[in-house]
Design a protein around this ligand. Structure first.
Ligand SMILES: Nc1ncnc2c1ncn2[C@@H]1O[C@H](COP(=O)(O)OP(=O)(O)OP(=O)(O)O)[C@@H](O)[C@H]1O
Length: 244
């Protein structure tokens, strides 16, 4: 079978520079004028090379600070790699960040339209999906309430309910499996499987080994910014557990 490449990373490095001189007020600035500025360099990703094929579900695991979110942001285009690195994508992509991009002064109804548009849906498509989105979120009684009055769980549910209808060829799911309460979580996981994991290329970042084991065809193991392993999910998990 001829596999089509969905996403390819070549020589990807990511360096962050942080400065100790970060003052929010003029007073701070004056008091600390003569203080030495310690610039720290963090190599969050070191020479990453990988290929992901169309339709695969890929897991990304690693300990805190190993570079998982940085890798996802590079793959989705939120961050650019250091010079010399290359990310090649076949199709459109979407980084699912629950609740990000919502306006708290707008109602659930208005946010469905605004957020749906940013996720690639046309207004006429949102018109058609509107009732389904609202029903899925179980927030029908709050459709005209400003979301500043919502709990964080309600906002996540609304955000998730829009995202499952989003249009993209590749989706990045950074810790989205913990959405809502137990009952909603089960329903959300099933919807993700139906809408995304079965049909498209998906990259799942999670600290939940159960989630990775359940969904991922292959898994990336990151350790201190390095790609320690990429392949069989069971093997990646075993290696990850040896790290601890
Ligand atoms: N915007 C940033 N500016 C400076 N340093 C950053 C930035 N983002 C990440 N880092 C650093 O890069 C390294 C990798 O961070 P990253 O968030 O990718 O790790 P992670 O594996 O997703 O961690 P976690 O499991 O805790 O979410 C860390 O040392 C972190 O401090």
């Amino acid at each position: 079978m001829n596999k089509e490449i969905s996403l390819q990373l070549s020589n990807v490095n990511k360096t962050f520079r942080t400065s100790s001189k970060s003052f929010s007020t003029l007073r701070d600035r004056l008091i600390n004028f003569y203080k030495k500025n310690d610039v720290k360099t963090i190599k969050a990703l070191k020479d990453i090379n990988l290929e992901i094929y169309s339709g695969e579900t890929i897991g990304v695991i690693g300990r805190n600070g190993s570079g998982k979110s940085t890798l996802t942001k590079i793959m989705s285009g939120t961050f650019i790699p250091d010079r010399g690195g290359q990310v090649t994508k076949n199709g459109t992509s979407l980084l699912l960040n629950l609740g990000v991009g919502f306006s708290h002064e707008l109602s659930a109804r208005e946010n469905i339209y605004v957020n749906g548009s940013t996720l690639g849906l046309r207004i006429s498509e949102i018109d058609e999906l509107f009732d389904e989105i609202l029903e899925f979120s179980e927030l029908e009684d709050f459709k005209d309430t400003k979301i500043k009055y919502f709990s964080s769980g309600m906002i996540q549910r609304l955000s998730f309910s829009i995202a499952i209808f989003a249009k993209a060829d590749i989706i990045f799911l950074d810790e989205v499996f913990a959405v809502g309460d137990d009952k909603f979580r089960k329903k959300a996981t099933e919807a993700l499987k139906q809408n995304w994991l079965r049909n498209r290329t998906s990259i799942i970042v999670s600290h939940s080994i159960g989630t990775i084991k359940e969904h991922c065809d292959r898994t990336v193991l990151l350790h201190k910014g390095e790609l320690k392993f990429f392949g069989d999910t069971e093997k990646a998990i075993a290696l990850y557990q040896e790290l601890e």
